[in-house]
Write a new protein. Structure first.
Length: 642
């Protein structure tokens, strides 16, 4: 156990160093212009104070030119005017517009940060790594137990008898109900395996509500803020639940802001007392100004007690007049009053937080934010963790360490955690994946999907899920023809083969390791335009490519959403167009071999999936070969000739 924990700490430090190194190397070697082109910086913006919001100073940065950036709401950014690596001013993005970006700061904003030529850089934040490391160094018994199950040093207990359940959501399917019943009756842990479109969030929302009905205190977490917000929004429909969302309020979606701890503290009845004390502090500060501050040059070696003692006797000393001594003593007395007032604010603050947390049925946070001091002493009955197959073991152990039992939900057949460091590759192994391999009887597959046409489900179901999934009748036969007035009925799946096109070869952009394929980019754009012209909304179309440069090339020429596979995880569109990019005579498909990415890419579409690729290059891999064969057997391949 000690060896394994030591190894995990080493791995997260490799990853921390890699993230920080990548950022600092990029900032130091790349021009501000180039970094902006990559979407990781915004240059020449002017700041304007917008006032306070939930205790944070808000500054709006803007410029006349359009701001096109990958920097998103919730990201940490570094503010500078010259060399970013010499600045320590960081903030959190709260809002984005075409020509402005709003940033929240938790400290006073210096004047230089409001100049005309301010630079904003996407910043690597190592606080998450610190929290993981600290949790591992002081791992609770429950956290160690979780590792013991994984390392086969401990066997999980059998489930208790299943309690009678009166379901709130009466439309749950049998697999969802089985998952909930097993999760409620488990003694140690349970795993909910939720593939694409199978209602994983819906199942978790019902489970959380049922746990609270049994008077259990619930910690609900996920790796990303978006997933936490998704669960919170669904739970808010249950008006009986008292919910509190932890974490930076600027990283929480606007509609959920009223559930945040910051908002609740600001609107707590005791907050009036704090406002009164703050006014008192302001008056005391004004009063203190007229007296001499006992700096070293005035003290001449006297401590506070000696100054107060001399002043009470009307004495001076060491060249200090009695008047000056009394003035310094008065400054010290007022300062003590100010300190006492600040201590009182702290006490009231802690009381408000304690009160809010104690009265909450469910605390929601990211895995990292569940390390916050506000819940350090809270004993949870259960930790329910979404996106568990995308979270590293050190990350998922933070919430697990706080609860008597834990429920993990995810899909290990889709994307693993994103790891940058070559030396930290082992972090891709997740607790969810290791436990589901070792204890399949402690898991439930959600086996009805509600997203896509049954033809679209056919290949991923066979290839990745053992044909254990079925589609719900409501989506079985949905097609693009239902929402567009098309002359001919279109099949839900189409593979466009580019192998016969002359000069169809992948290439590199200058100074880039990524790959582009201009032929495929052109086809993807024409397809998107044709559906837009037929009346489909921009929001209904998504274009996916595994390669960042191909995404950028396509993005520059269309208004529809274009992202890498990772950017579409957990999302869906009516139509998805995939550009596979690889086209060479060597059968080299690079990281397309990561079949979890293929699974994610081909399961985002609801009504229509179009895959563009060179079948001769792709079929070197056996899975792609089976995909191409499936399309051929179903007569779904279209040859793209010159």
């Amino acid at each position: 156990m000690k060896k394994f924990i030591k190894k995990l700490i080493k791995l997260i430090n490799y990853e921390r160093d890699a993230e920080i190194d990548l950022m600092t190397r990029e900032i130091s070697t790349m021009s501000a212009k180039k970094r902006e082109e990559l979407g990781r910086a915004i240059n020449k913006v002017k700041g304007k104070r917008m006032g306070k919001e939930l205790g944070f100073e808000i500054v709006q940065y803007g410029r006349p030119e359009i701001i096109d950036t990958e920097i998103s709401v919730g990201d940490m950014v570094l503010i500078s005017t010259d060399n970013p690596l010499r600045s320590d001013l960081t903030g959190t993005v709260t809002e984005k517009g075409a020509r402005f970006i709003k940033i929240a700061f938790d400290k006073r904003i210096p004047k230089w940060a409001l100049k005309k030529k301010v630079r904003i850089d996407l910043y690597a934040n190592d606080i998450t790594f610190k929290r993981m490391e600290d949790n591992l160094k002081h791992l609770s018994l429950k956290g160690k137990n979780a590792l013991e199950y994984m390392l086969h040093d401990r066997d999980p207990k059998k489930n208790r008898p299943t309690p009678y359940i009166s379901y709130i959501d009466e439309n749950l399917n049998d697999s969802q109900k089985n998952a909930i019943e097993n999760a409620l009756s488990c003694e140690n842990f349970f795993l909910i395996h939720g593939p694409f479109g199978t209602g994983k969030t819906r199942t978790l929302v019902e489970l959380i509500s049922q746990e609270t009905r049994q008077n259990n205190k619930v910690l609900a977490t996920a790796e990303s803020n978006a997933a936490v917000d998704n669960i919170l929004e669904r739970l808010m429909e249950n008006k009986k639940l008292n919910l509190t969302r932890l974490g930076h309020p600027q990283r929480v979606s606007k509609q959920n802001i009223t559930q945040t701890l910051s908002y609740k503290v600001e609107n707590h009845k005791l907050n009036k007392k704090i406002k009164k004390i703050n006014k008192k502090i302001e008056k005391l500060i004004d009063k203190r100004r007229v007296h001499t501050k006992p700096t070293p040059q005035y003290r001449r070696g006297y401590g506070d007690y000696e100054i107060l003692h001399n002043a009470s006797k009307g004495k001076g000393g060491r060249g200090i007049s009695s008047e000056k001594m009394q003035s310094m003593a008065k400054w010290i007395e007022i300062n003590q009053e100010i300190d006492e007032a600040h201590d009182e604010i702290k006490r009231i603050d802690n009381k408000m937080i304690r009160d809010i947390i104690e009265n909450s049925d469910v605390i929601l946070a990211t895995n990292s934010s569940s390390a916050l001091e506000s819940i350090a002493r809270v004993k949870f009955d259960v930790a329910i963790i979404d996106e568990a197959s995308q979270a590293t073991i050190p990350s998922v152990l933070i919430p697990i360490a706080k609860a008597r039992r834990f429920i993990l939900a995810g899909d290990h057949k889709q994307l693993p955690p994103t790891i940058i460091s070559d030396r930290a590759g082992e972090l891709e192994k997740t607790l969810f994946e290791e436990l589901i391999k070792s204890y399949p009887h402690k898991s439930q597959l959600l086996n009805v999907q509600y997203r896509m046409n049954s033809l679209l489900m056919k290949f991923p179901n066979k290839e990745f899920y053992n044909n254990d999934l079925k589609s719900d009748m409501s989506v079985d036969n949905i097609s693009i023809n239902d929402i567009l007035d098309l002359k001919n009925k279109e099949e839900a799946l189409l593979f466009i083969d580019t192998s016969n096109i002359d000069n169809n070869y992948e290439s590199h952009l200058k100074d880039s390791k990524s790959i582009v394929n201009e032929v495929e980019a052109d086809i993807a754009l024409k397809l998107a335009d044709s559906y837009l012209n037929k009346g489909l909304c921009e929001d209904d179309i998504g274009i996916i490519s595994p390669y960042a440069d191909q995404v950028k090339v396509i993005q520059e020429n269309t208004s529809v959403e274009v992202k890498t596979v990772d950017g579409f995880q957990g999302r869906e569109k009516e139509i998805i167009i995939i550009s596979t990019v690889r086209s060479n005579d060597d059968g080299n498909i690079g990281f397309l071999r990561d079949l979890r990415r293929l699974n994610v890419a081909i399961t985002r579409a609801k009504r229509k999936l179009i895959i563009i690729g060179n079948k001769n290059t792709l079929k070197v891999d056996s899975t792609y070969e089976r995909l191409i064969k499936f399309c051929e057997e179903e007569n779904l391949i279209k040859q793209f000739d010159n």
